[in-house]
Design a protein around this ligand. Structure first.
Ligand code: FAD
Ligand code: SF4
Length: 394
């Protein structure tokens, strides 16, 4: 693509205001496009004499040099984030469909044990970058490492968790290597014909699911919501290799420095990682009534979730919210109590293995997704369940 200004330009300056990147100047009564122009096209339509032209390349690009699926091996203090195993599971499926390899790119410090562990989950190659500077996450170092290795090895797909780190790193890497990024995907697949990555995520407030493709740039990059994809299973004696990469980090100009790390004190279980979740909705009726939901969760050894209606009513904090604007979960058992099953709630829990719904309205849409449905008043059903569970009945 290219942009140029034709002789018709009158120097009226209308385009200057339209440019969100301040990338136009007037020199000698003519608009001049500066180097920081992103070709966003905002100026093209405002020019009254159509003097700004953006040429779009039509020719099909050859991406035959780009191969293999990569996962970013996010870790903190030597522990891999659980989303890495989910991405490895999904990455394996994509790589198998493409008949390509699955690799994990693993920046960190003294992280050889993590690399070996990843091979046991069906990873063909781990690119290991073992440097003291990479012990803690740092935007500049990690962006440099990712971008350099992507440029060196040309993967066709790069996946990261839509975690705090992934959400910071993904766009920086994509901008550095000039490719696209689809944030917060909830499903990924390969188009059978074109072999392009189909990246699906909720759009327009969750009312539709949009499938996005990256046709003209490589690699195809996506961040993926934690808890949505099934984690990879352990495969004993899987044969993969560890490739040690030596990068000169002294070239990186640091604009930030980690001085101290202050840990947040968590007063609740992380629902994204809970095996059993008991969630309450508007049907629970009050904050006090949530004690019943907590009692059932405690009896089952699970965590407490909630719908947005319950959170917005102030009955429980936002950390517990499940759904599009809350946490995405995929526990073994999800019990929805007094929750109607709005699409924004469903998108955050429908991958659960077993869904049990308790609702007094037999027409509630949650029942369309439930493995087991109990029609009735939750204030009668839950105490009976607790009593049975406490008495040891199964
Ligand atoms: P309701 O829809 O009011 O359902 C209450 C249910 O309780 C009813 O089905 C009723 O039959 C049942 N009930 C009542 N009393 C009893 C009883 N005694 N026993 C048994 N059942 C009973 N929602 C989320 O949950 N998570 C999100 O992340 C989220 N994000 C959103 C983002 C956007 C942009 C928008 C627009 C909405 C979002 N929502 C989200 C809101 C969502 O659309 C619904 O409004 C919300 O999920 C409804 O919560 P609910 O099912 O608890 O309440
Ligand atoms: Fe020139 Fe068109 Fe920009 Fe006016 S809007 S300065 S005519 S390019």
């Amino acid at each position: 693509m290219g942009i140029f200004v034709t002789e018709e330009c009158t120097g009226c300056k209308l385009c200057i205001r339209s440019c969100p990147f301040a990338a136009i100047e007037i020199k000698d009564n003519q608009a001049v496009i500066l180097d920081n122009c992103t070709l966003c096209g905002s100026c093209e339509s405002v020019c009254p004499v159509q003097a700004i032209k953006i040429e779009k390349e039509e020719k099909t690009k050859d991406f035959s040099d780009y191969k293999n699926v990569w996962v970013f091996g996010e870790q903190r203090e030597g522990d891999l984030n659980s989303v890495v195993h989910e991405l490895v599971g999904q990455g394996r499926r994509l790589a198998n469909k493409l008949k390509e390899n699955l690799s994990v790119i693993l920046p960190g410090y003294q992280n050889i044990a993590q690399a070996k562990e990843l091979i046991n989950y069906g990873v063909d190659k781990v690119y290991l970058i073992d440097k003291k500077e990479l012990a803690e996450y740092n935007d500049e170092y990690y962006t440099y490492v990712m971008a350099e290795l992507i440029k060196k090895y040309n993967p066709s797909i790069v996946l990261m968790g839509a975690t705090t780190i992934g959400r910071s790193l993904g766009p920086r890497v994509a901008a550095r290597i000039k490719t696209g990024l689809t944030a917060d995907c909830t499903s990924l697949d390969i188009d059978d014909k074109s072999k392009i990555l189909l990246q699906t995520r909720p759009a327009f407030g969750g009312n539709i699911m949009a499938t996005i493709v990256c046709k003209n740039h490589r690699p195809q990059m996506a961040t993926v919501r934690p808890g949505v994809m099934k984690a990879a299973e352990k495969r004993e004696n899987y044969e993969g290799i560890i490739s040690k990469e030596d990068l000169d980090l002294s070239k990186v100009i640091l604009k930030t420095e980690v001085i101290d790390i202050v840990r947040e004190i968590e007063d609740s279980i992380n629902i994204a990682e809970a095996d059993i979740i008991v969630s309450g909705g508007r049907g629970v009726g009050s904050g006090e009534n949530f004690n019943l939901i907590r009692e059932l969760a405690d009896t089952l050894g699970g965590a407490v979730g909630a719908s947005r209606a319950a959170v917005d009513s102030g009955w429980i904090s936002h950390d517990h919210q499940v759904g599009q604007t809350g946490t995405t979960v995929a526990p073994r058992i999800y019990i929805a109590c007094g929750i109607s099953g709005a699409v924004q709630h469903l998108v955050g829990m429908k991958s659960s293995d077993i869904i049990i719904a308790i609702n007094k309205d037999p027409g509630a849409s949650i029942f369309n997704y439930a493995t087991y449905g109990l029609v009735g008043d939750l204030f009668k059903i839950i105490p009976l369940l607790i009593e049975q569970l406490k008495s040891g009945a199964t």
